[in-house]
Design a binder for this molecule. Structure first.
Ligand SMILES: [Zn+2]
Length: 71
């Protein structure tokens, strides 16, 4: 991480907090509202337009006609 002194006049800790929050936002975008149809323990991560992945059971899924199918 490069801190640009010209752009940031505040507390370095605040800068870091803001940076972490932005990272978290990016991460959440990729979690879909689809519950894993295999383990039912977590929501699927959307990795591509039609591709989904479960972090818990490590299965890959594909969305076909609004239905989630095993790959
Ligand atoms: Zn799963």
């Amino acid at each position: 991480m490069q801190m640009r002194e010209d752009d940031w006049q505040g507390d370095p800790n605040d800068y870091l907090k803001q940076y972490v929050n932005n990272q978290r936002k990016d991460y959440e975008i990729h979690i879909s509202e689809i519950l894993c149809p295999n383990c039912f323990r977590t929501n699927l991560h959307q990795v591509d337009e039609h591709d989904y992945h479960c972090e818990v059971c490590a299965y890959d899924f594909i969305k076909v006609n609004n239905a989630i199918r095993f790959k």
